[in-house]
Ligand binder design. Structure first.
Ligand code: KG4
Ligand code: ZN
Length: 329
C-alpha cells in the first residue's frame, strides 16, 4: 500500500510517498527557515503564505516517481500546529482526494513523529528497525516534550509533558540568549562542540512525575550570561548537557518502571548527537532513533502513520478540520 503524506503544520512544506509504512519512495521537504530566521522565530502569517506557494510544487515533485494514480491513500497532518499553516495542507489533501477519489486520513503530527521510527533507515537497503510493543516514546520537538506509552498501533497513553517550555523551544530561547542563530538546536549543538559543560545550571527533576520543565534552566542561563564572564561555547555545552541529563535520566527511569521493550526517540531535538549519544550509552533498554532528517519535520513520517491509520480503518471524511491544539494519547 502506497501512501502520499502531506505536512504543513509549522515551517516545512513536505510531501512524501511511502510504501507499506516503511519504504520511502520520495521525501520532499521545502524549508522556510531562511525566511523566518530574520525574525528570530516562525511568523505564522508568513508560514501560511509560503506553504501556499510551495505546496503544489512539493507534491508534484514527491509524485514524480510514483504517479498519483498508483497511490492508495492520502495522509495529511491536521494538528497540532499553526492553524493557517495546517489549513493549507488539509485543503490541498482534500482537493486531491476529491479529484482522484482516493481516501484521506487526518494525522496527528506528534504520532507521526513517533512513526518516523518505522521508516527504513537507509533508503534502498530495505533495512528498518523492528519496533516491539510496549515501547516508551519520547517526543522532543519545538512545541512538545511528551513521554508516551505506546502499547500497539494507534494505542497511546501520555504519561508526561512539559510544564512550561518544550525541549526544542528551550534550545531556541537559549540560542537567542547566547546570540546564536535560529533555529537554536543546531546552533547550540555546533557552538557546544568547542565548549565544556562546566557551568552550574539547574536540572528540574520533578520527582514522582514524568513531566519536564525547562524554563528555570533558561532563566538560570540568562542570569549567568548577564553576569558576564562566560564563554558562549561553554554556556552552550552546559545548557545542552543539562537538557540531556534530564531527558535521558527521566526517560530511562520511566522505561524501567514500565518494563517496556524499547525506547523510541522522535522530534527535532532527537537530531542532537549529545542527547542521542547519552541515551545509547546509558540505557539498558534498546533505544531506537530515526536518522536526523527524519527527526525534524518531514512527510515520510506522516505517510508511515497514515498507513497504519488506513489499516485500522481510520478514513476521514471531507469535513476534516484542523485542530491546532491537538495532543497525543
Ligand atoms: O520536530 P521539529 O522539526 O518541529 C516541531 O514539530 O516543532 O522540531 C523543531 C525543534 C526546534 O526547536 C529546533 O531548535 C530543534 O527541534 N532542533 C534541535 C536540533 N535540530 C532541531 N535541537 C537540538 N539539537 C539539534 N540538532
Ligand atoms: Zn514536528
Amino acid at each position: 500500500m502506497r501512501i502520499l503524506g502531506i505536512e504543513t503544520s509549522c515551517d516545512e512544506t513536505a510531501a512524501a510517498v511511502v510504501e507499506d509504512g516503511r519504504r520511502i519512495i520520495s521525501n520532499v521537504v521545502a524549508s522556510q527557515i531562511d525566511i523566518h530566521a530574520r525574525y528570530g522565530g516562525v511568523v505564522p502569517e508568513v508560514a501560511s503564505r509560503q506553504h501556499l506557494l510551495a505546496i503544489i510544487p512539493v507534491i508534484s515533485k514527491a509524485t514524480e516517481e510514483v504517479a498519483l494514480r498508483d497511490v492508495d491513500g492520502i495522509a495529511v497532518t491536521f494538528g497540532p500546529g499553526l492553524a493557517g499553516a495546517l489549513l493549507v495542507g488539509v485543503n490541498a489533501a482534500k482537493a486531491l482526494a476529491l479529484a482522484t477519489g482516493l481516501p484521506i486520513t487526518g494525522i496527528n503530527h506528534l504520532e507521526a513523529h513517533i512513526y518516523a521510527n518505522w521508516l527504513e533507515r537507509d533508503p534502498g537497503a530495505g533495512e528498518s528497525a523492528r519496533v516491539s510493543f510496549p515501547c516508551l516514546c519520547l517526543i522532543i520537538s519545538g512545541g512538545h516534550s511528551d513521554l508516551v506509552l505506546m502499547t500497539g498501533h494507534g494505542q497511546f497513553n501520555k504519561l508526561g509533558r512539559t510544564r512550561d517550555d518544550a525541549a526544542g523551544e528551550a534550545f531556541d530561547k537559549a540560542a537567542r540568549i547566547l546570540g546564536l542563530g535560529f533555529p537554536g538546536g543546531p546552533a547550540i549543538e555546533q557552538a557546544a562542540l568547542s565548549g565544556m559543560p562546566c557551568l552550574p545550571l539547574p536540572r528540574a527533576w520533578l520527582k514522582g512525575s514524568h513531566d519536564f520543565s525547562f524554563s528555570g534552566l533558561k532563566t538560570a542561563l540568562w542570569h549567568l550570561v548577564h553576569k558576564g564572564e562566560v564563554s558562549v561555547p561553554d554556556a552552550a555545552a552546559s545548557f545542552q548537557s543539562a537538557v540531556a541529563d534530564v531527558l535521558v535520566t527521566k526517560t530511562i527511569e520511566a522505561a524501567k518502571q514500565l518494563k517496556v521493550r524499547q525506547i523510541l526517540l522522535s522530534g527535532g531535538v532527537a537530531a542532537n548527537k549529545t542527547i542521542t549519544g547519552r541515551f545509547l550509552a546509558s540505557s539498558p533498554i534498546p533505544v531506537l532513533i530515526p536518522p536526523p532528517h527524519l527527526c525534524t519535520d518531514n512527510s515520510a513520517m506522516v505517510a508511515a502513520c497514515g498507513y497504519y491509520n488506513f489499516r485500522a480503518g481510520g478514513t476521514s471524511s471531507y469535513d476534516l478540520d484542523v485542530v491546532p491544539a491537538l495532543s497525543v494519547g
